[in-house]
Ligand binder design. Sequence first.
Ligand SMILES: *[C@@H]1O[C@H](CO)[C@@H](O)[C@H](O)[C@H]1NC(C)=O
Ligand SMILES: *[C@@H]1O[C@H](CO)[C@@H](O)[C@H](O)[C@H]1NC(C)=O
Ligand SMILES: *[C@@H]1O[C@H](CO)[C@@H](O)[C@H](O)[C@H]1NC(C)=O
Ligand SMILES: *[C@@H]1O[C@H](CO)[C@@H](O)[C@H](O)[C@H]1NC(C)=O
Ligand SMILES: *[C@@H]1O[C@H](CO)[C@@H](O)[C@H](O)[C@H]1NC(C)=O
Ligand SMILES: *[C@@H]1O[C@H](CO)[C@@H](O)[C@H](O)[C@H]1NC(C)=O
Ligand SMILES: *[C@@H]1O[C@H](CO)[C@@H](O)[C@H](O)[C@H]1NC(C)=O
Ligand SMILES: *[C@@H]1O[C@H](CO)[C@@H](O)[C@H](O)[C@H]1NC(C)=O
Ligand SMILES: *[C@@H]1O[C@H](CO)[C@@H](O)[C@H](O)[C@H]1NC(C)=O
Ligand SMILES: *[C@@H]1O[C@H](CO)[C@@H](O)[C@H](O)[C@H]1NC(C)=O
Ligand SMILES: *[C@@H]1O[C@H](CO)[C@@H](O)[C@H](O)[C@H]1NC(C)=O
Ligand SMILES: *[C@@H]1O[C@H](CO)[C@@H](O)[C@H](O)[C@H]1NC(C)=O
Length: 804
Amino acid sequence: MAFLLPQILVCLTILLPLSAVAQTNGNITVGDSLIATDNSSSWVSPSGYFAFGFSPYNGKDLYLLSIWFAKVPNRTIVWYANGDKPAPRGSKVELTADRRLVLTDPREEVLWTIPGTIPGIAAYGSMSNTGNFVVEDSSFNPLWESFNNPTDTILPGQSMGRGGMLSSRQSETNFSQGRFQLRLLQDGNLVLNTINLPSSYANEAYYKSDTTSGDSNTSTAGKELIFNETGYMYVLRENNQQFLLNNTQVGSVNDFYFRATLNFDGVFALYSHPKASNSNRSWSPLWSIPDNICINNLATKGSGICGYNSICNLTADKRPMCECPNRYSLLNPNDPYGSCKPDFIQGCEEDLLIPGEDLYSFEELTNINWPESDYAVFSNYNEDQCRQSCLEDCMCAVANIGGTNCWKKKLPLSNGRVESTGGKSLIKIRKDNFTLPDSRFPISEPKKKKQDPWTVIGSVLLGGSVFVNIVLIGAVCLGFTFKKVQKVIANSSVADMNWRRFTYKELVEATDGFKEELGKGAFGVVYKGKIQMRSTVLVAVKKLHSSFQGSDREFKTEVNIIGQTHHKNLVRLLGFCDEGQQRLLVYEFLSNGTLADFLFGDSRPCWNRRIQIATAIARGLLYLHEECSTQIIHCDIKPQNILLDDYYTARISDFGLAKLLMMDQSHTNTAIRGTKGYVAPEWFRNMAITAKVDVFSYGVVLLEIICCRRSVKMDMESDGAEEKAILTDWAYDCYREGTLDALVEYDEEALDDRKKLERFVMIAIWCIQEDPSLRPTMRKITQMLEEVVEVPVPPCPCPFTKTV
Ligand SMILES: *[C@@H]1O[C@H](CO)[C@@H](O)[C@H](O)[C@H]1NC(C)=O
Ligand SMILES: *[C@@H]1O[C@H](CO)[C@@H](O)[C@H](O)[C@H]1NC(C)=O
Ligand SMILES: *[C@@H]1O[C@H](CO)[C@@H](O)[C@H](O)[C@H]1NC(C)=O
Ligand SMILES: *[C@@H]1O[C@H](CO)[C@@H](O)[C@H](O)[C@H]1NC(C)=O
Ligand SMILES: *[C@@H]1O[C@H](CO)[C@@H](O)[C@H](O)[C@H]1NC(C)=O
Ligand SMILES: *[C@@H]1O[C@H](CO)[C@@H](O)[C@H](O)[C@H]1NC(C)=O
Ligand SMILES: *[C@@H]1O[C@H](CO)[C@@H](O)[C@H](O)[C@H]1NC(C)=O
Ligand SMILES: *[C@@H]1O[C@H](CO)[C@@H](O)[C@H](O)[C@H]1NC(C)=O
Ligand SMILES: *[C@@H]1O[C@H](CO)[C@@H](O)[C@H](O)[C@H]1NC(C)=O
Ligand SMILES: *[C@@H]1O[C@H](CO)[C@@H](O)[C@H](O)[C@H]1NC(C)=O
Ligand SMILES: *[C@@H]1O[C@H](CO)[C@@H](O)[C@H](O)[C@H]1NC(C)=O
Ligand SMILES: *[C@@H]1O[C@H](CO)[C@@H](O)[C@H](O)[C@H]1NC(C)=O
């Protein structure tokens, strides 16, 4: 996920100032369109109250096709089309005859359109004064209305029949589908429920209107949810009686705007906002359901309102707040409403790791309960008996004492809440600080697709199977190395060297007081050293800059990940030192310098060796992206970071360090990682940073390998210096014009192998596409390099703006 975005999320609300608004009279005809830009115009209702068009979404380059209150200073969106597929700058929405509204990105790919199930040819569209966008045929019969396709908000005048639904967004500023729904069921009941994303499986409702019929009389069943023009909301029954959701006086429609929104945290609330422009009041809630979302939750499946192991506490404005218990922390630090994981190990196998009686203490919580996580109940137990029973039971995570009853609860805890009748809960906390070095070991299952490389995915301890835990512990305690690892490093001079922690003193000695400097990088200075094992092993000791100030635990976790990442095309980390301010990494020493020295030296290296090196780098990156236990995005692929060993095998270095540095800066800002000339354009666009940034850099390096020249060359004297200065542009020009001879400076070896040369250039052009989704994965790239699959003709790697 976009780790860049959270900070922006906090300061950016959806309520950006209104951009320039073009006025129309609510009459739009087929062929009319809007373009997503900073100051794009919009289609405004005759009253001027509502507008339809593009809203900025999470930064400058993404847009949401939406309807909003045009006169409310802070943009308040009431309907949106493409929450899951934000539209890039330059996208277009057009009213068309056959497909009604069509939203396309600058490459003309359809991001959203009205489902084509209703017959009829569209002729007009109008933004009505009620906030309803209507597509009409030539006789002004409505073909489609936004009111019939609500998102998370309904407006006065809007109603919802049986089967209708509101769906929450992911967070205040993220319009992807969220976990909560408001539905009018076929039996007439209006319910609020959570779903288990990404499926739409609905858990039991946490609110019910109970507007169903009795067994024999259907006339009391709800048939419609109505938000009437004067701001009252009720379920209309078959017998036309009204079940008012709340009878609070709402004020006059002449003075206020109203909206009812299913909030991202599951609370459905009616809001009003003064129409007067001189008022300094914003949206205020008039009423909300359910009354107490934390304790009204009836669902037995799913995590409840908050994530697993979390505790829901109601705030003064009746919204839920989620908190992790002491010694538990958020699984995804950017999602405060998500699940929590214990910061310690716990379980039947874990408890055997360090045999002893006295492993746990209890943290006492009053009036807090997880009512759905019991696995055993004992009656006539006093508190001491209950404590003892939980301490002695390796399955027990929490003991809850109510009267003379003792409930034992297991992980993951669900539906945690603050409630006055919650009794006393005792959470088991491990006393020592013993942790597994890493809960992200490879698991012998097929790999799951990695969505969010920067997030700690799935604590194994959190409901992980016993088997997995056994594997884990076996691995940690007995010093197992995985088979795969052993195979890869078998032919290495350091194969028998165990991953270890060094003392600072050892490293001072090894480097002879940091005497011989091998190089300086973005992360620190590298020194040559010698370590006495069974034989003498040459090492490269990297002294990290003092900017690596993250917590010890994070540092160790990350270094552990790097240490466990072994591949013949990666430089191996042998150990680390972490003493106070001193943080050092010890790598194996490679004798043959960097790829930069190799490529840009005096003589042109031979073509076949270059081919081998290009393929080797791709394999190393493939391993980092897809094959090691935790996906590692390098973020700084360049020839200076690729080393050559005695056999000229290319080995990638510095992997995993970008993450380390980023972690340290997570509370400040996230600077661009990487080196000019090699960094992917998304770094500058507030787009999600994915493994595709490495693919981009790889493409640049591949071109450098092909051409034996640097990607940016400023000091060219000969003709056409300017057009040749930027290798990526020059390469595409040569490819398009069929002048590869010039590109490789008439390199005979390469030209003799023309087919391969052309193939490699095409692959490189695919890698440097502006749009990350067009770039192939490293797996695809290795297949193309190895001629397992064909290479399609690449499009121009030009920026979006050039194609618009
Ligand atoms: C739109 O224009 C048509 C004539 O082109 C007119 O009949 C119709 O009343 C107008 N509708 C609105 C909402 O202004
Ligand atoms: C929109 O903004 C750009 C700069 O952000 C400006 O160059 C352009 O003239 C503006 N267009 C309109 C119609 O205001
Ligand atoms: C919204 O959240 C989803 C899921 O967490 C994520 O995949 C998506 O990138 C986010 N969208 C934006 C624009 O931040
Ligand atoms: C059925 O509905 C009618 C009309 O609302 C009402 O008069 C009658 O009492 C209901 N009968 C039962 C059994 O609820
Ligand atoms: C809206 O509903 C309320 C409550 O039932 C009612 O008093 C009011 O007259 C209704 N307004 C309209 C315009 O129907
Ligand atoms: C606006 O806010 C100020 C203080 O924040 C308050 O004194 C004033 O009464 C408010 N005006 C209105 C119209 O609510
Ligand atoms: C607009 O939104 C910001 C951020 O949510 C808030 O601080 C500010 O008070 C709002 N302004 C008005 C007039 O509602
Ligand atoms: C209506 O909402 C108000 C404010 O949330 C609440 O105090 C009141 O109890 C609600 N009334 C009903 C009938 O639910
Ligand atoms: C719940 O919130 C209230 C304030 O809203 C606070 O005083 C209380 O300590 C919170 N309870 C827990 C268990 O966090
Ligand atoms: C566990 O760690 C905390 C904080 O790092 C420290 O204060 C405490 O002494 C440690 N406990 C043990 C048993 O090592
Ligand atoms: C080690 O690798 C090199 C080159 O990759 C190879 O020439 C050599 O035979 C290998 N040695 C062993 C023992 O496998
Ligand atoms: C690379 O290694 C080989 C064999 O060890 C050696 O002959 C050669 O001089 C080295 N080249 C460089 C540039 O260090």
